[in-house]
Design a protein around this ligand. Sequence first.
Ligand code: BTN
Length: 331
Amino acid sequence: MTAIKNPEVTIIRELLKANSGFVSGNRLAEIIRISRVGVWSHMEKLRTQGFVFEAVRSKGYRLVEKPESLHPLLIEANLVARKEPPPIIFLEEVDSTNSEAERRLANGEEAPFIVIGRSQTAGRGRLGRRWFSGDSGNLLLSIAFRPNLSPDRMRNFTLWMSVNLCEAIANTCKISPGVKWPNDLLYEGRKLGGILTEARIDSDQTRDVIFGLGLNINGHRENWPKDIASRTTSISDALGHKVDINRLTAVLINRILTAYKQFIGNDFTDSFSNMWEQFDLLRGKQISLLQGKTRFQGIASGIDDSGALRLKLNTGAELAVHAGDVTIEKK
Ligand code: BTN
């Protein structure tokens, strides 16, 4: 009998399932296919990582405390919906999780894989902006894929992913964010998260895609630089209490992987238009869109099939724009 691949993940998963109840050492040993002494030695290792267990001779082990911050074992233990989740590369500090994913793709690493950073020294956003990425209780995540689809087929990728994230957050956290085209997640007018999708195109095929997500989960805006704090929020600021970041991260990873599969299989178009209507924050609003040095002003009226933002300009003309920086002028 060979021991299973990830004994510590399995131990944590079983103890979480027991919901603060006891799980016998025998049962853990049986599931993991190791001796009870083996179980004990894994428990000791977990103790050094911030897990607190109560051990009672006749009952077994009970999880009393777990790390509150991001922890790779807890993320994986919560990914119960996936039998074989993609590998998670967890880094205490990285320049940018997107850059790390890019380097690994360039080295031929098999995709999909997930990179999570506790902090980034050079986190980046769209349009060359910086993404504030101290160790702040927020999620900094990239998932690398090799879709091998024509660039044309990738057009609505970020938009599709963004509405899926909104729905997953709404279902899990009971706050309902929306999307500000093309890549901002907002809650009550403040930025909750952002998506940076980066692709490499090779002889007319989208060879690699890196889906980067920065989501403010347990950070407090008082801890951010003033200029950022005035425009941002986090899930915990919105709810008034912290959330289980590892569970939420697992939910989001699971959702991103499912949404990706639907996208690649072209099995998303029906749900997409409904979901876009539900989460689109711009429809019917007076907006201003900056494209380089050109500014367009008008009323946003949804997106077209290619994902371009439709605008009824103040001049009366209609326009569909593929890129730009949007400001909502009137609610
Ligand atoms: C934006 O709003 O402009 C997009 C921000 C995306 C930030 C995330 S954090 C994880 C990943 N790594 C990065 O360097 N950027 C993305």
